[in-house]
Design a protein around this ligand. Structure first.
Ligand code: NAD
Length: 477
């Protein structure tokens, strides 16, 4: 069985304590990863600081961009191996893992191209003076990543941080660390100096907490649950450093009676079953205007009935969820729905030959759910779609905004005026009109409001989050 150490200062560091890596498709142990803590985080932060004080800190933005581009090419070269590892580790159908590997490469391409394009300004100020601004890296940045899209989330946060000249310490999720370690090796092959990209694997309350508490960390980018996000922000506040929080969602897809219902149905379904619903931006609520409610629910119900969940390598509609806890969590939501008498309008099946030990849950459509019901308010993080009826635009907007979250929304209508009114009225980081982009869009700024977090990743806008702006005022007469 393969064992994986940490990656610190350009080399693998063996560990005494290990964590078993479970394959969610069958529940078996497939590898071991190192269980790091304070000492390993400290070594990684020191290595990153030494890189900043050494050649990495002196590289030009163009040279940094070139390294990022080289890494993108290596990711594409090894895309199949990365996809296979991610598919087994997370339980994703291989097709989805391949798309993640390509998206990961695209982040490094995009941020490679951006590295030398963050220009400062000159500011008209006073006679005899010139004032300019410069973007500077924060220093050592910490990156805490969840298990649902490790390659994509590493790409978007480490890619932007390196483009701006930071050096990184990455703590992947204990359930899915393999691709982060593979990417660190590829970064070394691409020619990044040692210490620029460090990976410490381990548990959140050990390695993750040690990272957020370390005085040498200048910025933390956290993607994960709102509960842990709150802990991370509190830890960062103790040493007054900025954080970017990308947290959960309960994103609405709002379908009006004048929409193209066939396209809406297909997209709404994909938006909840992708990655077995374990997508922060999953469209987990579908709000349907009353006159077309029954018709759209019938269409979705037929689609759900054809879905099949099975082992990642069989590449079915969906794989298992990531672990036994997540399986219990989703099942407990479904039990609550049954106990409360909600209508199970459509349900897919688990493949007959799916291994007993795998963490499967049936994809489920619940219809006519009250907007304030638990199933319409809380993030399930599984393949469970909640259909809610509304009568008019004002009610749709109130329901859409009526949860603690604000990450993404979809609006389906042929009326451009209504689409624009809702785009302005919905409190979310992204609004899609007549399409929906759960998890996609390297170029599109992404992030939440309310309990979904703050700060932006993806796109050019992310670069400002990984840098600080210095103003230089010169009196020259
Ligand atoms: P999680 O919060 O349990 O874990 C996320 C990461 O935080 C892991 O690496 C974990 O080890 C670490 N962690 C746990 N406790 C910690 C602590 N005390 N200090 C520091 N780090 C700690 O989340 P999860 O279960 O891995 O992921 C699911 C959640 O992530 C969902 O709520 C989902 O919506 C959210 N998510 C958000 C986005 C986004 O971009 N907005 C993307 C993916 C997932």
């Amino acid at each position: 069985m393969q064992t994986h150490g940490h990656w610190i200062n350009g080399r693998e560091v063996a560990a005494e304590r290990m964590i078993p890596v479970i394959n969610p498709s069958d529940g078996g142990v497939m590898a071991q990863i190192a269980r790091g803590g304070t000492a390993e985080i400290d070594a990684a932060v020191r290595a990153a600081q030494a890189a900043l004080d050494g050649p990495w800190g002196r590289l030009s933005a163009t040279e940094r961009g070139r390294l990022l581009g080289r890494l993108a090419a290596l990711i594409l070269r090894d895309a199949e191996a990365l996809a296979q590892a991610e598919s087994q580790d997370v339980g994703k159908p291989i097709r989805q893992a391949r798309a993640d590997a390509t998206a990961c490469a695209r982040y490094f391409e995009f941020y490679g191209g951006s590295a030398d394009k963050m220009h400062g300004d000159t500011i008209p100020y006073a006679d005899g003076m010139t004032v300019m601004t410069l973007w500077e890296p924060h220093g050592v940045t910490g990156h805490i990543v969840p298990w649902n899209y490790p390659m994509q989330i590493v790409g978007r946060s480490v890619g932007a941080a390196l483009a701006m000249g930071n050096a990184c310490v990455l703590k992947p999720a204990e359930d899915a660390s393999l691709s982060s370690l593979m990417l660190a090796r590829l970064a070394a092959e691409a020619g990044f100096p040692e210490g620029v990209w460090n990976v410490v694997t381990g548990l959140g309350e050990e390695a993750g907490a040690a990272l957020t508490a370390h005085p040498g960390i200048a910025h933390v980018s956290f993607t994960g649950s709102p509960e842990v996000g709150t802990l991370v922000q509190s830890a960062a506040a103790k040493h007054t450093i900025p954080v970017t929080l990308e947290l959960g969602g309960k994103s609405p897809q709002i379908v009006f009676q004048d929409a193209d219902l066939d396209t809406a149905a297909a997209t709404v379904m994909n938006g909840i079953i992708q990655n077995a619903g374990q997508t922060c931006s999953a469209g987990s609520r579908v709000l349907i205007q009353a006159p077309v409610f029954d018709r759209l629910v019938a269409d979705l119900s037929a689609r759900f009935g054809r879905l099949e969940a099975g082992p990642a390598e069989r590449d079915l509609d969906l794989g298992p969820v990531v672990n036994a806890d997540q399986q219990r969590r989703v099942k407990s939501f479904l039990q609550a729905a049954r106990a409360d008498g909600l209508s199970f309008a459509g349900q897919g099946r688990i493949a007959s030959n799916a291994p007993e030990g795998g963490f499967y849950v049936p994809p489920t459509l619940l219809a006519d759910v009250a907007p304030d019901h638990r199933l319409a308010q809380e993030e399930v993080f599984g393949p469970v779609l909640t259909a809610i009826r509304f009568s008019d635009e004002a009610e749709a907007l109130a329901i859409a905004n009526g949860t603690p979250f604000g990450l993404v929304a979809g609006v389906w209508t042929a009326d451009i005026g209504r689409a624009m009114r809702l785009s302005r009225g919905i409190r979310a980081g992204q609004v899609f009109i007549n399409n929906y982009g759960a998890g996609g869009g390297v170029e599109l700024p992404f992030g939440g409001v309310k309990r979904s977090g703050h700060g932006r990743e993806k796109g050019f806008a992310a670069l400002a989050g990984f840098a600080s702006l210095k103003t230089i005022a010169i009196r020259h007469g």
